[in-house]
Write a protein that binds this ligand. Sequence first.
Ligand SMILES: [Zn+2]
Length: 164
Amino acid sequence: MEQVTRLVDANKGYAAARASVADARPGRRLAVVTCMDARIDVFAALGLHLGEAHVIRNGGGRVTDDVLRSLALSCHVFGVDTVVVMQHTKCGLAGVTDAELRERTGADLGFFPIDDHTAALRDDIEVLAGTPFLDSLKVIAGFVYDVESGEIDDVVRWEGPTGR
Ligand SMILES: [Zn+2]
């Protein structure tokens, strides 16, 4: 419980000094889908500031149904037209199988493990580009973030048909 108290205490200093953004629409019209990995500071790594992007995180940074649900809102309620999917090196979902993860967690779920980052990014971008309710997207990109060097590998870029 000490952990929770630390959070509440930390907030006292934050609230007084925080930057405040009135507009809920991301200023860069951008959504970033990435892994929940504790080593990734998404805003710092991509030069983003508060209010500029939606950040949707899950295990692996994979495009699941719930990511599509969030992006439907990003695109149609909040004006997002660009999506970056960012996987990373040393990911807990890389090099494992669904069977191993089911055994380890006791959860009978599809975990979207990653065999090969480029292939997984291409698959996820294909899902995004092929989702009818996301057809207003103009640009989709796939990155791999190196958790050791902090550098990004700009792996896949997709651009919607011009005039769309
Ligand atoms: Zn990860």
